[in-house]
Design a binder for this molecule. Structure first.
Ligand SMILES: Cc1ncc(COP(=O)(O)O)c(C=O)c1O
Length: 394
């Protein structure tokens, strides 16, 4: 066999969503584009804000010598200064340019963090439902993963977290707002997590870091700013990108921010730069670093996503679906009326509505839908959702 067994096994889960997408293309050919409602892929539909295009034009029309050459290892100093100022405004934590390493999207950021932290065989704790790639990101760097399930309100089970932490735990990955649930941890939940991790690190005499995947913090529908882990735990490494709030997932631009009070901060920063190099990212694209420097306050219009969330949530709950109302990102994660989530997703598929079963996110008994689609797709899917739940109603 040409490809390794590890790659072969990992591809099975990773390809589930893509397979659903491809089945959708076939269904569209048979039933007509307008009759198939694909809610399986989390690809933002909004175009980047106009200021992004303006800055891109500005750069193209006023090039300077060397703008496409190598740069200092952690990324352009001016960009890191702007990023540090923005994350300081957002969190109240005093980040400086030297705490920032530019990264190849949030995926590149989390990989660089895991590569930097993990010794072979050490593990990362991840709360489920979770982003299905974390297990692969940890395995990329010789690490394992331990899953800690959420409670019925989608908050982490803190007793299980305390019990699950051992001297073999190197890091905990947090993702709020969350993929696949859209759930946001409150400031109190983040404080509780920090309290458990601090206490257990002291008992174990072993520092456990938190890697905070903040990729959706720009898509937050609650009051004020989205609560962030770095506000409550100093040994936090933030990994994030502009993929969601500026709608730039194809441009691979993000950053890592190491909390200024993080233990062994300098070593970690050096490790992150090294990781970026040997993973082959080197730095994210120079052009994008030059543009996002100017766009620290810019965002897509998140009211559009908020309205789609309300439209979907209100209609589905009215039909009888049970859902923890998502406060961020662009996902809804209802309980599957059929406890067999795979079977329910297949039932929906027969009604030409494409979703992803919870087991893909280590949370059987649920299913995920992405509402970053046209209203036409949301409205069109409702008939199928209504029909699918009817037979489970008492
Ligand atoms: C939770 C989570 N983390 C990371 C990523 C990867 O983001 P990026 O495209 O910035 O690498 C995604 C993408 O959907 C995601 O949902």
């Amino acid at each position: 066999m040409a490809i390794s067994q590890i790659v072969k096994n990992s591809m099975v889960i990773g390809s589930y969503i893509r397979r659903m997408f491809e089945e959708g293309i076939v269904l569209k050919k048979v039933h007509g584009e307008e009759n198939v409602f694909d809610l399986s892929l989390g690809n933002p539909i909004l175009e980047p804000p106009k200021v992004f295009t303006d800055e891109l034009h500005q750069l193209v029309n006023h090039p300077w010598p060397g703008m496409h050459l190598q740069m200092e290892d952690p990324g352009y100093a001016a960009t890191r200064t702007a990023v540090a100022a923005q994350i300081t405004r957002d969190t109240g934590v005093q980040f400086k340019a030297q705490d920032i390493v530019m990264a190849y999207g949030a995926a590149g950021a989390v990989n660089a963090a895991f590569k930097t932290l993990l010794n072979p065989g050490e593990e990362v704790i991840s709360f489920t439902p979770n982003y299905f790639e974390y297990v692969n990101y940890s395995a990329n760097h010789g690490g394992g993963i331990k899953y800690i399930p959420a409670d019925k309100n989608l908050n982490p089970d803190l007793e299980a977290l305390a019990a699950g932490m051992t001297t073999n735990t190197r890091a905990i990955i947090i993702n709020s707002p969350n993929n696949p649930t859209g759930h946001v941890y409150t400031a109190q939940t983040l404080k509780n997590i920090a309290e458990v991790v601090t206490r257990r690190s002291a008992e174990l005499k072993h520092r456990v870091y938190i890697v905070s995947d903040d990729v959706y913090t720009g898509l937050y529908y609650g009051q004020g700013k989205c609560p962030r882990m770095a506000q409550y735990y100093p040994h936090t490494i933030v990994g994030t990108s502009y993929s969601k709030d500026l709608s730039l997932p194809g441009e691979r631009i993000g950053y890592l921010a190491v909390h200024p009070e993080c233990e062994d901060r300098e070593d970690i920063l050096k490790g992150l730069v090294y990781a970026n190099q040997v993973l082959g990212f080197i730095n994210p694209p120079a052009t994008m670093q030059n543009i996002v420097r100017k766009l620290q306050d810019a965002s897509v219009d998140i009211n559009i996503y908020r309205r789609k969330r309300d439209l979907f949530y209100d209609n589905l709950t009215e039909m009888g679906y049970s859902i923890v109302k998502p406060q961020g990102a662009f996902y809804i994660f209802p309980t599957s009326p059929n406890p067999d989530d795979e079977a329910f997703v297949q039932e929906l598929k027969k009604l030409l509505v494409l979703t992803v079963p919870g087991h893909v996110f280590r949370a059987p008994g649920y299913f995920r839908l992405c509402y970053c689609v046209d209203d036409r797709v949301i409205m069109g899917s409702l008939k199928g959702f209504k029909e699918a739940i009817a037979k489970y109603k008492k």
